[in-house]
Design a protein around this ligand. Structure first.
Ligand SMILES: Nc1ncnc2c1ncn2[C@@H]1O[C@H](COP(=O)(O)OP(=O)(O)OP(=O)(O)O)[C@@H](O)[C@H]1O
Length: 459
């Protein structure tokens, strides 16, 4: 068994620590979001008094802790409701893949513990939903994560918050919605009536800066890694160290503060001391993520990947070089994801550039891409766009960081001239394109060879 590449132990990760760097882990406190959480608390307070919470909209880009903040604060409210015997129900519902009020209403019925009324007319489905709420009674807070998936089909967003006023539900039922969205424009495009009824309060989550990301990563790292502790300072200037032992507790920092009788909100995180992370690892992960989108998810991903790379290379410490490799890999994954989501025309433009690169062509111009694009679009029987419109797709590929589009110095009459270059290896682009069913019959190497032969014949 000694020769196995697998091991039951790790020199880097604490036992059970890796979970703290995974998406599934929900933090109980988010000090960087104290202001946003206080605003949310204000919206939820009426629920603690047995009435309805305010309808609230949480917005901000991906990875800003909107979902985590909502979960943490609702858990707090639920604990209070339990202790006070309040009639309160919270439902957390992800709208991923849900593009209509109808599907959402069906999903909510199921979530509220009744049968899914799928197949019935919309009115019947809504009646089902009101019945389900009447059955439950009391305050019902429905959190709709990724609410923008609904697009403009906002019927339910109009009806649900008004269900009480309109007597759809009994007098003892107080429904409200907390909507969460990454799409800052979505709300503006809603019907004004739905917009008005949905949002009493709106809370914006601005991107994290490098210091905030460093603190978030440090807290996660103190649980995820071996021999890693946090050093805090009290308002009186006294330093103290916190060691989380996952064998002994649930990884919550609150317990550690309780034990030394300190109020966490008064203390400042000074640094992290670690035997397995070199000093620059966390600042570098934080800086990379802050430069890009300021996303905590992205920062955590860099740290997780860097540690996994160090581990797989047999290193006992995570170093700057591992973070750099992790960042490169993560960026490549993002590019691949962007490629997969392109339209057919985007795929055609990408395929044309790929074939030219495969043939060793450098300084690829729009005209060259268009020649290959034309034969490819005929080959897969797709609409053939005019050269200018195809160029727009190339520029979009540049905006998605899939290719580089450089304005060429030569310029041209009647518009700007560009040269194009892939940002990934041609083999990576081919792998993505070959998985697109319309491109099944395309042999990229063969086409590249043909193109090369043609050029040689023309010379
Ligand atoms: N202040 C924070 N402290 C600790 N972890 C955080 C913090 N903010 C975000 N995270 C973590 O970052 C990841 C992304 O956060 P979250 O899912 O809440 O983002 P979001 O704003 O809802 O974005 P999305 O809409 O893309 O899900 C999660 O793993 C979350 O636990």
């Amino acid at each position: 068994m000694d020769s196995s590449p697998y091991s039951t132990t790790s020199e880097i990760f604490a036992v059970g620590g890796e979970d703290y760097l995974k998406e599934g882990h929900t933090p109980t406190t988010l000090p960087e979001r104290q202001d946003e959480i206080l605003k949310l608390r204000r919206s939820l307070k009426p629920a603690a008094r047995g009435a309805g919470a305010e309808n609230t909209f949480l917005s901000g880009k991906a990875g800003q802790g909107k979902t985590a903040a909502a979960k943490a604060e609702l858990a707090e409210l639920e604990a209070f409701a339990d202790a006070q015997n309040l009639d309160l129900t919270t439902v957390f519902f992800s709208c991923e893949g849900i593009s209509s009020s109808y599907t959402l209403a069906c999903g909510l019925c199921e979530e509220l513990g009744t049968e899914n009324p799928n197949g019935h007319p919309m009115q019947k489905v809504l009646d089902h939903l009101w019945d389900a709420m009447n059955e439950i009674g009391g305050t019902v807070i429905i959190v709709l994560d990724e609410i923008d998936n609904l697009g403009t089909d906002d019927k339910i967003l109009y009806s649900l918050p008004r269900a009480r006023d309109k007597d759809y539900v009994n007098d003892d039922v107080y429904p409200s919605i907390i909507g969460i969205s990454n799409d800052l424009q979505w709300r503006d495009n809603l019907d004004p009536a739905a917009k008005d009824s949905l949002y009493d309060d709106s809370i914006f989550f601005a991107p994290y800066d490098a210091n905030e990301l460093r603190d978030i990563l440090s807290r996660r790292a103190s649980k995820a890694f071996r021999d890693t502790s946090l050093v805090y300072e009290t308002p009186e200037g006294e330093e103290f160290e916190i060691n989380i032992d996952l064998d002994d507790d649930d990884g919550s920092l609150a317990k550690a503060f309780d034990e030394i009788n300190a109020d966490r909100t008064d203390c400042t995180l000074l640094r992290i001391d670690s035997e397995v992370l070199s000093d620059d690892v966390i600042p570098l992960c934080a800086a990379y993520a802050a430069q890009d989108k300021g996303s905590a998810r992205q920062a955590i991903k860099y740290l997780r990947k860097a540690a996994a790379i160090a581990e797989s290379e047999g290193d006992a410490r995570v170093e700057e070089k591992h973070v750099r490799t992790a960042q490169g890999e993560a960026e490549r994954e993002l590019i691949i994801e962007g490629m997969e989501q392109l339209t057919t025309q985007g795929h055609l433009a990408l395929a044309a550039v790929t074939i030219l690169e495969l043939a060793g062509h450098s300084g690829i111009r729009t005209r060259d891409v268009y020649d290959v694009y034309k034969s490819l679009s005929d080959h897969i029987d797709a609409d053939r766009l005019a050269q200018r419109r195809m160029r727009d797709h190339l520029i979009e590929l540049d905006m998605l960081s899939i290719i580089y589009a450089r304005k060429s110095a030569s310029g041209s009459v009647g518009g700007e001239a560009y040269t194009f270059e892939l940002r990934v290896e041609p083999s990576t682009a081919i792998e993505v394109l070959e998985a697109v069913s319309r491109f099944d019959s395309i042999d990229f190497n063969e086409l590249a060879k043909n193109w090369l032969n043609e050029q040689q014949t023309l010379r």
